[in-house]
Design a protein around this ligand. Sequence first.
Ligand code: IVH
Length: 674
Amino acid sequence: MPDDKVKKEIDKLVEEINQHNYRYYVLDDPEISDAEYDRLFDRLAELEKKHPELKRPDSPTQRVGAEPAEKFNSVKHSVPMLSLGKCNTEEEFDDFVRRCNDELAGDADKIEYHVEPKFDGLAVELVYKNGILEIGSTRGNGVTGEEITENLKTVRTIPLKLRAEKPPKLLEVRGEVIMHKDDFEKMNKKREEEALDLFANPRNAAAGSLRQLDPKITASRPLRFFAYGIGLIEGESFEKLGDALEYVEECGFIISDESEINDDPENIKKKYYALLDQRTDVQYDMDGAVIKVNSFRQQSKMGELSRSPRWATAWKFPPAEETTKVEDIFVQVGRTGIITPVAALKPVRVSGVEVRRASLHNEDELRKKDIRIGDTVVIRRAGDVIPEVVKAVKSKRSGDEKEFEMPDKCPVCGQPATRLEGEAYYRCTNIACPAQVKERIIHFASKSGVDIDGLGDKLIEQMVEKDLINTPADLYSLKKYDVLKLERMADKSAQNIIDAIDASRKPELRQLIHALGIRNVGEHLADVLASYFGSLENLMQADYDELSEINEVGPTIADSIVNFFKNDQNKKMIERLKEGGMKFPTVEKKQAFTPLEGQTFVLTGSLSNYSRRQAKEALEKLGAKVTSSVSKKTDHVVVGADPGSKYDKARKLDIDIMDENKFEEFLKKYERKQ
Ligand code: IVH
């Protein structure tokens, strides 16, 4: 066939299939049978195979074509992807409205609000140049994210080409990738049958699926996309968010059919409660309503705070609660030997997810809440947090309920369990306890550790039981025939595990530090330590005083880092990691901009535009120290609404007092200089 004829046929097929995709996935209204669709698709694939030079970037075959990536590159968002200030109550929402009214007092137009669900998924940005999807990325830290274009192309509700006669030169579409509750459960059921680790909730499943290096895996996951905003746009312009989103919808995206625009805050409240009512009925997880000022002009007039715009707020739903029965109480041993009491529950669904267990935290909590075996209890699940038992419904007691005693022996290794003075926890004192060993390795291999893809809890458990591994370092001497000894392992899957272990030999420094499992060193701190010390060797040599110089490091943390690297077993393990071929990376030490170095702040009362944590982080980023009590050493006290006694003390000691406005001005001054 001559080339121009082939080209014509390819063009026709691409248009046709894309149109059917749109009808099927976006409009949920297919026109042709699956068999007919497959026939068109196969014909296109065949032609493209013969004439690869005629393959179009918006061809539907491009959704699943790409080869696995080595790693994700980072991309800078042209406009930062901000986060949202929150409100939890109607009063706090009233405050938001008041602020909008104050700041827009005298504006020619009445304020309209755009309200829609807050989707609980993963925020991404899609960049379309001349109508073609060029780059897709995660939100990341808001300024830079990870480039996951190939993975996003596999999401059928993301158009590869905009449905516009004359597409704009540039359009950045922002929104949330989510998984429907039904799809999530189906997928987890299948994973259970295949002895794979289960995802905790649809959001984790969506996030985990997008962070796959192999787009074919992402393609096999039922992901969807809701558009809720735009970034840069050239070649089109809109005055209002609602209009921009309508345009985005015309271009082939799904926007929420629950969105509403209204200038009466009372109606916005009604909408919030209506959404709250529907929360369990809709197919996606929503954790609140997002309310934004609709006019872009008014938005810019109001401006932004350091991380979130003043013109928008997320009015969160209260955490979902359910009532069920405690069938038993047992204990679990964690990676540091902490023994946690856990309630085994009569299975119950809380906001779309089945809950069978809930943490009782520690003995004191258990006593305080007086939870007994057989009790009817209220449990709560907030976002991705492990469900917890809120309280026992004492009126439902029959008298047969049994109190639970914490064991004095570790349930796994039988060695003594003790509760140290000043600690709320019982700990197993045996560092070689298989439960601890297993948890340490699980932590090491996890996504936030060195990220060994496919090596889940169940496999690690078997490896420890079969005595194949005792420390994370043992992973690096595993051979394929070792892995083949495990249940349900075939040649290919065993090779995949070995390959994934191999790939983890080059972790990032922050991953490596976190993976070691130093007590009190979480992901954030590992990141801080990585950029402060630049290498594991430097960190290992740091003494208590040097560590204490870091803002985020207090005495407990400094102690636990020093003790970790003093421990012979840990030293040996690190040595063996090296011998096993692990590369210990170095990073350039960050020259942090720390103009507030040496200044001490205390926060009191509630600020309207910042949570306590946000305010603390903003100050610490600039090098300030934030402490909890006012003393002569305090330089500034930031005072919000309803301040406590700290305010009086600050006045007594004549310490500089900042109200929220002054505080914001203060932060802004430095942010501009940065
Ligand atoms: S608007 C400045 N709209 O919430 C505007 N965000 O806390 C920021 N999110 O990272 C985004 N549903 O992941 C917006 N309807 C919605 C949303 C939404 C969920 C998430 C998004 C963002 C986070 C901000």
